[in-house]
Design a protein around this ligand. Structure first.
Ligand code: GLN
Length: 219
């Protein structure tokens, strides 16, 4: 439906969508709200730099900078088509100058020399198991496969990001993920085993399903 309309709403903001991007989901609003709340509590003044991995339509960075004037974002995606949509969404919402869009593959990006440090990383990565893709509802099958496919166990992106996050996170910086409802325990284990994260939390969505994970890099 949203592809036919060419538009959808996320966090009270209107986004252009087409088959090059995943349709933003209501659950993802919870992810964005979690970041906004954590940042509000910290009450830092000055700029806060965040990184969004797998930005798709750009819904996450655009909603974040719109809701907190201190935030600046970098947003990476492997798909040039998705980045075109994201850039258009940033322009039409008047926040283009506050978001840097990066075309890149996250599985290579951390290994390129990264000199920058972010206050937080946010990601709603592909998290469906490859074997489950064919059984998804028809409307979801119209969405880009590379926005959904999380590899054989669905955890491919989480594993890579957890392993590499400390290369670009400030000490004490936070990591925020949206996850599939059956992935809470796996994420908790991943983050614990990595050894560099504290305050690991798995929170539920409005249907009481595990949905949001947050963790803080040790200082
Ligand atoms: N970041 C976008 C969203 O949350 C796209 C996510 C994706 O394509 N996996 O909707």
């Amino acid at each position: 439906l949203q592809y036919i309309l060419g538009e959808c709403e996320f966090m009270g903001i209107s986004f252009k969508v087409d088959p090059r991007v995943l349709i933003p989901r209501p659950e993802t609003e919870l992810l964005v709200e979690t970041v906004l709340n954590v940042i509000k509590e910290e009450e830092q003044s000055g700029m806060i730099n965040g990184l969004d991995i797998g930005t798709g339509s750009g819904n996450i960075p655009i909603a974040l900078v719109k809701h907190d004037p201190r935030i600046r974002m970098a947003a990476i995606d492997v798909s040039s088509g998705a980045l075109e949509v994201a850039r258009e969404n940033a322009s039409r919402n008047n926040v283009f100058s506050r978001i840097e869009f990066i075309k890149g593959n996250v599985f290579e990006w951390f290994d390129q020399v990264q000199t920058r440090r972010f206050s937080f990383i946010i990601s709603n990565p592909p998290y469906i198991k490859t074997g489950d893709l064919a059984g998804l509802p028809q409307d979801v099958q119209k969405e880009p496969q590379n926005a959904l496919n999380g590899g054989e166990d669905g955890l491919r992106f989480y594993e890579h990001i957890v392993k590499n996050a400390e290369k670009v996170l400030q000490p004490g910086g936070s990591l925020f993920f949206e996850i599939g409802e059956a992935q809470g325990k796996s994420l908790e284990n991943l983050l614990t085993r990595q050894g560099s994260f504290v305050n690991i939390l798995v929170n539920q969505d409005y249907n009481q399903r595990d949905r949001i994970v947050q963790a803080q890099l040790k200082i």
